[in-house]
Design a protein around this ligand. Sequence first.
Ligand code: GAP
Length: 571
Amino acid sequence: MSDIYEKIMDLAKRRGFIWPTSECYGSVAGFIDYGPLGSMMKRNIENAWRRFYVVQEGYYEIECPTIGQEDIFIASGHVKGFSDKMCQCPACREYLRADHVAEAHQVAGASAMNKEELEAALCRLLCPACEEPLGPVEVFNFNLMFETSIGPGSQRRGYLRPETAQGMFTDFQRLLRFYRDKLPFGAVQIGKSYRNEISPRQGMIRLREFTQAEAEIFVHPGKKEHPQFSRYAGYPVPLLGITQQEERQPPVTSTMAQAVANGMIANEYVAYYLALTHDLLVSIGVDPLKLRFRQHLRDERAHYAEDCWDAEIFSERFGWVETVGIADRTDYDLRAHERQSGERFVVFIPYEIPRRERRIRVVPEMGALGPRFRGKAKAVADALSLCNPGPEGAHLTIDGEEVFISPDLYRVREEEVEVPGCEITPHVIEPSYGIDRMIYAVLEHTFHEEIVDDEERRVLRLPPSVAPVQVAVFPLMNRDGLPEMARDITLRIKEQGLLAEYDDSGAIGRRYRRQDEVGTPFAITVDYDSKEDNTVTLRDRDSMRQVRVPIDGIAGLVRCLIEGSRSFDGL
Ligand code: GAP
């Protein structure tokens, strides 16, 4: 087999991690099935994410529909602008992502090129599918959202969501009330997102249906100091900032406090989530030597964003892969939904001490308005009290009709009033994770091959909290009461909430290899001595060391090993 990707995909298919979807009908690119072990590993990674964001940060999880009405995506900008540039090969008719074809031929800056620039670049290149010249192909925009209709008769247009984020924005007002009207607060969502990618050829890296885990943290625009910053202030992270990229330098490793102090990272919130992301990714098995944080260049960053970084993970097959995006999106999203919906997306911030301010008050002269406007007099009076009249009078719109009110119909008073606070539109800090890319990275980084006893051993060195099966239990022989003892131990471990697998088929060495290959961190073998002295062997996957431990208390011991409160070396 040629490279690590093929080895991992072979293992993943054979052992039930990842399968091509609906294979019996010929699978479709961009969709995958998670098999029994893959689903379990995915849940474990999602739960690791929850331990950071829900348990540690206290940002509650919400769950919104995966289909959204058109207004949501008009507001978010996806209807107008969520497209990639595409072309069609004139020879084989294959649709191609224009910037990817150019990039594959080392054309610099292809992702930032416009239609004309890409057409000029593609003219000289070969089609990656059939290797015929592309010639003067047309480049056009292709919107990546899957469109659908809601209800019969195509009455209402809808889209499959291209990100989970919009649910947290559209629920903003309810979330604000849930968090008792106080900033900062956050909400998170883990779920499926859909993008009709043009030519997804990168396995789990580019999917048409994938899982995102996103947090939207709403903060006061003038207070971007994270209340728990001290947790990660001294945490070192490899940073490939704008300067390093422009000067073609390697990443610099900096603590978060230094990076905020010297202005490399815009604020404490962004820095905090960079460090938390590093912490999280390493805890699930990403190799810290293959992890860096790259800042978006000025022309790559969205115009409204204050700062934006990608956690990039190195893959031997795919190079540096963007796996998490962390952005300070300012008030862009809330203001966009405010405009589209007509609702207010603001937070009332009380002043510490109410302020006294001078205000103009317009007092209608009802005695004069009544005879002049009769039935409309009250509507005119209400509109007057809200308006700011000019020196010549006030121009009002009453029931769609323009009305001029001369100054003799009202009095203007200047008053000093007590103002208890002000309304602000919060800024949003968004860490956005791609779960499938994280899973692929963990598989690639934890996969090892070695020769043991003249045989090849393939092992996934998955952290115990991520491994789909946490303990395997084997009877040495299929007789003499050993299976009963092993089944009893399996049951006791399951009672601890761990996933234990009983396996009695094949030679014991083969059973160890099978579990090593799927990353099971510990294996217990019941043998003839177990009947005599009530002990079993406990084997550690990584060192392959075995120790004898009493059966009494084994379930609790295994739990401590999985949770990390005890180490195998200390046994
Ligand atoms: N709300 C922001 C947002 O969606 P994004 O950079 O487009 O940002 C976030 O997506 C993450 O989602 C990416 O870093 C990546 O891990 C994952 N992702 C995006 N498109 C994907 C695809 N086609 N297949 C698999 N994962 C994808």
